[in-house]
Design a protein around this ligand. Structure first.
Ligand code: ARG
Length: 459
């Protein structure tokens, strides 16, 4: 088959080279954006008089036909045609002859690929934003049922202070909100048109890049053809954000895997999202959560892959860049599959309140609030810390809780303590007492919950 670029060549390409250099096996999924980009390009070419209105219409209609054949799986992929761009263009030429031969006027595959990728990433951002909102809604959605639940909070995985369960759920909402902001911010730089930058230097033809950009819904036109024809920063930003989403999902998965252990017994996962063991009949394994944790490696690695790909590339387009799609698609597909499953797991998991409550008073979760009680009575913070530390040691030797120490013993440790100390001892008193903005106490958490409910109704 003659190559679109074969004019200056005296030898046919070695078939092994065709196999080595093809990208159709992974860039076919750009077909839809490629066609949209070409249709806008054809409209622009007609507007500036480089093709006629009749040629424009023939190109647009035929591209639609080619697009529906591709989506029905009717297009046979040939590695000789290398990539999706050549497949679509050659199908157009087969059907339209010379009219089809005009489509590539004033552009190159370099700006075409960059344009396709930007359109594709823009769609991917919008899709993931929805999926992230669904995860947030799942966390907020379970907050009604969990409104009175108190959980131990940990640092170093050691019991630290109690917080409302809803505080945990909203903590994940915050993380995913930042991810959504990052995606929205990345979208601004994605949404600048490369089209018409051509190979690297632009064109001597009277193309109107602003028009094609507008037709494609871009917010602006890239100002330097050399830069934008090879720019993959937007992919790195996008995939780096996906890496952070993966890290957040992995943290959540790890936490819930722990909570499902017999040792913790905080949580039961819905059976539909666990799997059994082929040998141990009693097992219900959190495989989905484990794979969400495990698949995060692929997403984080994809960000690394893109960095390594561009590091050291000279200006402008280099064929290395063809490899970008593998990392981009792997990261997107992985994150999407995780985000699609997460809401059902979040919504379906059941807190084991009997187990949680039975052990809620273990671990001196009220020690810090007792220290703050002393501070409010004029005791310097460091002194209060020491006093409570000694009381904890006393409790450990007596195998009792702070709330069970007789008032006289408490007063012996510090004469500022009075009978009202009972109001800050015990886990439920602590969550009632925590009141700083953003804290895990009942009041602030319920205020934040209302805000989140309103926010997620809007988007
Ligand atoms: N298949 C190539 C890619 O995906 C298309 C760009 C080819 N450009 C070139 N100058 N050879 O990157």
């Amino acid at each position: 088959m003659a190559k679109a670029w074969g004019g200056a060549f005296s030898q046919a390409t070695d078939p092994r080279v065709e196999k080595f250099t093809e990208s159709i096996s992974f860039d076919a999924r750009l077909a839809e954006v490629d066609i949209r980009g070409s249709q806008a390009h054809a409209r622009m070419l007609a507007e500036v008089g480089l093709i006629s209105a009749a040629e424009r219409d023939a190109i647009i209609t035929t591209l639609d036909e080619i697009g529906s054949e591709i989506s029905q799986g009717k297009m046979a992929w040939k590695i000789e045609l290398e990539d999706i761009h050549m497949h679509i263009e050659s199908a157009l030429i087969v059907r339209l002859g010379d009219t089809g031969r005009k489509l590539h006027t004033g552009r190159s595959r370099n700006d075409q690929v960059a344009t396709d990728l930007k359109l594709w990433v823009r769609g991917a951002i919008d899709e993931l934003d929805e999926l992230l909102a669904d995860v947030q809604r799942a966390f907020v959605g379970r907050s009604d049922a969990d409104q009175d639940v108190v959980l131990p909070g940990y640092t170093h995985l050691q019991r630290a202070q109690p917080v409302m369960a809803v505080h945990y759920w909203l903590a994940y909402c915050e993380k995913f909100a930042r991810d959504r902001e990052r995606l929205a911010d990345c979208r601004k730089r994605v949404n600048i048109s490369p089209l018409g930058a051509a190979a690297l230097a632009g064109s001597s033809l009277p193309i109107d890049r602003h028009l094609s950009a507008k037709l494609l819904g871009f917010d602006g036109v890239a100002a330097n053809s050399l830069d934008v024809s090879s720019d993959r920063d937007f992919e790195i930003e996008f995939v780096s954000t996906l890496a952070l989403i993966a890290a957040h999902l992995s943290t959540w998965a790890e936490e819930w895997i722990l909570w499902c252990t017999t040792e913790f017994s905080y949580l039961k996962l819905p059976h539909a999202y666990t799997t059994g063991s082929s040998i141990m009949p009693q097992k219900r394994n959190p495989d989905v959560l484990e794979l969400i944790r495990g698949k995060s490696a692929r997403v984080i690695a994809s960000a690394q892959q893109l960095f390594l790909l561009v590091k050291g590339l000279p200006m402008a387009y280099n064929r290395d860049l063809q490899e970008d799609k593998l990392a981009l698609f792997a990261a997107f597909d992985t994150i999407k599959s995780c985000l699609e499953l997460a809401p059902s797991i979040v919504a379906g998991a059941q807190l084991q309140l009997d187990k949680i409550n039975a052990r809620l008073e273990e671990g001196f979760l009220d020690a810090t609030t007792l220290m703050e009680y002393l501070i409010l009575r004029g005791v310097p913070m460091r002194t209060g810390h020491e006093v409570v530390g000694k009381l904890v040691a006393l409790c450990e030797s007596r195998k009792c809780k702070l709330a069970e120490v007789p008032l006289s013993d408490l007063q012996q440790a510090c004469d500022k303590i009075t009978a009202d100390v009972s109001q800050v001892l015990g886990t439920h008193n602590v969550v009632a007492a925590l009141k700083s903005y953003g804290s895990g106490g009942r009041g602030p958490v319920l205020e934040r919950l209302t805000e989140w409910q309103q926010r997620l109704e809007a988007n």
